[in-house]
Design a protein around this ligand. Sequence first.
Ligand code: ARG
Length: 296
Amino acid sequence: MVYSSPDALDFQLADCPALPAPQRALLTTPAYFDVAYVINPHMEGHAGTVNKDVAWQQWKALRATYTALDFEPLVLDGVEGLPDMVFCANQTLPYRRPNGTRGVVLSRMHAPQRADEVAHYADFLGRHGYEVTPLPDAVDSDFEGMGDAIWHPNRYLLWGGYGFRTDRAAYEALAELLDVRVLALRLHDPDFYHLDTCFSVLSEDTVLIYPDAFDAASCDLIHALFANVLEAPGHEARELFACNAHCPDGTHVIIQEGCTGTNARLSAAGFVPVPVDTSEFLKSGGSVFCMKQMLF
Ligand code: ARG
């Protein structure tokens, strides 16, 4: 079942099966990272401006941050000709079914420039023992993995953004494929083209969002299921990708440096901001959340 507004809700969080937190981080090296085309507004004007050396240093610092938080990352090498492959949240949606089966649903990238990334993740994750599940052939929808589909912490319940990259119909297919409830959120500002640019789950009852990225019914849905909704200031959300932060453990929030207003709100709510610099990756419209994939 796919839900789009609070009036449609016929369940409570407690009715959703428990979902253990994913314990494995996957990172992809920026060996061939670049801004080579423009498929989101943030990439505009940045073609050819990536400092490869700085990008590597920032990526290594991010890897070290996950290691320091006890999530030693699994690392996949980037592939020549696929400059966005470093954004490893997008090619798959990892899942753990209530019966314990662990796998990934493969994305269907909206941008043709990114289509070939998916097979590399299918191979790699298949070799690491994950069940690899394509969307059924009959489904004719784009789907960009965890860029748009995000698990509710601790619950077998999926949040799904649509409007720019993923089609809403993809969630009907996923709801059936994974036998899961999906809460569909409509995005309407091109700067926030993926759900993970404006929605960062922190704990079972707390989320960090940029409200203007959503239509009214979607905002209401978020408020219906999270007791605490923190809001990032506009400048930090738009320019610094504050809502692309990632909280891997319910406490620490890895976030682009400079998000002072957001950090104050996080700290006041009991979270611990862990700033990192992803400035080279912001040129491509991505930051922390897009640069890792959490595997069950
Ligand atoms: N340049 C990439 C694109 O436009 C950035 C992807 C960032 N990933 C994300 N999950 N927001 O597809």
